[in-house]
Structure formats: structure tokens, C-alpha cells
Design a protein around this ligand. Structure first.
Ligand code: PLP
Length: 272
């Protein structure tokens, strides 16, 4: 790694409540000690209780934000979060062509919020798989998202699904997702289902990353924080297993010390 401050780029959606999305990503980048930049692809009117409006940014503005960052600041790792629609996914895929091929891309396949709001249109699943997964270094689904990636949204009715039901095989899911094109797969556990993450690397190596359960923590934004921290650790030059281990620990701690006193609903995680 060069002597300059690493730069991370989040391509994601704003959460007006400051709990998830772009706001959580930039906090996670700051906490990790990298410079955070953003290409905002959408806006949500959102608080700790509900998402009341979602607006997509026009495709050319998405591409132009990425171009502006890449051409001047340079990018050491990219995190992709909530993308919402297939039109936006197409713009993100075009924008990624501006990012050098050796820059790691972490894709968090955001589908449904803690509050239950649908954040990825059903018809956009295919675009996400076909347009983004092949350029992904690490995809970071939780278990319900992993099932949805493999089986499509109809497989369980809802990407939120019943977490961790008997017979779930994270190893098989990881292998099936790997076949869709991403180099590595990190199935994240966490506050709600399993405490541990499962990392499947491109050579098929499996690593279980243990974490502590914090069922009473505040978890809004935990997935965003986890994937952004992973991108930051990769930008800092850490190998994938170390980066994933650090991301597991930091995201868990962010849930544990989450802000239960902010808002009337699911309090945001706190990484600082
Ligand atoms: N809102 C935005 C903009 C997000 O990007 C995400 C998740 O990535 C969420 C809401 C959902 O966050 P959570 O499921 O942690 O509440």
C-alpha cells in the first residue's frame, strides 16, 4: 500500500434518519481511518420506525459521481449498498467500469430493512445478480438474502424470511452464490440469527468467523456497517480473512453499543 490515506467509495442510498445507508457507511469509514467518499444512488425519507419515501437518482448523475471520485481522489475499495431498481443497477454497473479492475468491490445485497420496508424491487434481483455479482470481490448477504440470491425472492416469499431455520446450510448457499460470479462470499450472521459469519473464498476455502450475539443491541444499519468496515479493511491492505474477522468484530461491537435512546423504533448502531 502507498503512503497516502486509503480512499473508500460507497455507492448506496441515503437514510435521512442517519442509521443506515450512506450515513452509516461514512461513519464506518471514518472509524476505520480511511477517507470516505460517496456516490448517492437514491434517497430515502426514513426514521427508526419506517421508510416513507424512496427516490432514485438519475443514472448519469450516478456515473458522474463515481467518475469525479475516481479521477481525482482514486479509490482503494468500493462498497455497494442499497441500489433499489434495475435502472440504478445498470448505472452502477456502468460506473464500475471506471474503477480499476484490481480495486476490491464489496457488495451488500440490501433487500429488506429491519423495519420491514422493501429496499430492492423484486424485478431488480436478476439485474443485481447478472450485472453486479460478476464484478464483486466479496458479496455479504445475511442468511435470508443468501437464500433470495440463489432462489429468487419467491423462494421464501420475503428476503427477511425466517432466519436460521433448521436445515439451512450456509456452506451450500455460499457455494451456490459463488457459482453466480462473485470471487468470495461472506454470509453474515449477527444479532438476529447466527452469531458467526461464513467466508467462502474463491478457492473454495471455508472459514467460520465467530462473533458474539447481542440480541438486545440496536441493529439498524448493522449490515451497512459490516460491509463498509470490510471494504475499509481491504482498502487498508489487510488480507480477506483478517478483514472479514475485523469487520465481524467491529459490526458486533457497533450493535452492542447501539443507540437505543435515539428514535422510537430500531435504534441505529454506533461505530464511533
Ligand atoms: N436504508 C438504507 C438506505 C439502507 O441502505 C439500508 C440497508 O442497507 C437500510 C435502510 C436497512 O437497514 P437495516 O436493515 O439495518 O434497518
Amino acid at each position: 500500500m502507498s503512503g497516502r490515506t486509503p480512499v473508500c467509495l460507497t455507492i448506496a442510498t441515503s437514510d435521512s434518519g442517519g442509521g443506515a445507508g450512506i450515513q452509516a457507511d461514512l461513519k464506518a469509514f471514518a472509524a476505520a481511518g480511511v477517507h470516505g467518499t460517496s456516490a448517492i444512488v437514491g434517497l430515502t425519507a426514513q426514521n427508526t420506525v419506517a421508510v416513507t419515501r424512496i427516490v432514485q437518482i438519475d443514472p448519469e448523475t450516478i456515473v458522474e459521481q463515481v467518475r469525479a471520485v475516481v479521477e481525482d481522489l482514486g479509490v482503494d475499495a468500493v462498497k455497494i449498498g442499497m441500489v433499489g431498481t434495475s435502472t440504478t443497477i445498470d448505472a452502477v454497473a456502468r460506473a464500475l467500469e471506471l474503477v480499476p479492475a484490481d480495486v476490491p468491490v464489496v457488495l451488500d445485497p440490501v433487500m429488506v430493512a429491519e423495519s420491514g420496508a422493501r429496499l430492492l424491487e423484486v424485478e431488480a434481483h436478476r439485474a443485481l445478480v447478472e450485472r453486479l455479482l460478476p464484478r464483486t470481490t466479496v458479496v455479504t448477504p445475511n442468511l435470508p438474502e443468501a437464500r433470495a440470491l440463489v432462489g429468487g425472492p419467491a423462494a421464501r416469499g420475503d428476503a427477511r424470511g425466517a432466519a436460521g431455520s433448521a436445515g439451512d446450510d450456509a456452506e451450500q448457499l455460499a457455494a451456490a452464490i459463488a457459482a453466480l460470479g462473485p470471487a468470495n462470499v461472506l454470509i453474515t450472521g449477527g444479532h438476529r440469527d447466527r452469531a458467526e459469519d461464513l467466508l467462502r473464498q474463491s478457492d473454495g476455502t471455508l472459514t467460520v468467523l465467530h462473533g458474539e450475539r447481542h440480541p438486545d443491541g440496536a441493529a439498524h444499519g448493522s449490515g451497512c456497517t459490516h460491509s463498509s468496515t470490510l471494504a475499509a479493511q481491504l482498502a487498508l491492505g489487510h488480507d480477506l480473512v483478517s478483514a472479514a474477522r475485523a469487520a465481524r468484530a467491529i459490526a458486533g461491537e457497533a450493535v452492542r453499543q447501539g443507540l437505543r435512546d435515539v428514535g422510537r423504533g430500531a435504534g441505529p448502531v454506533d461505530v464511533l
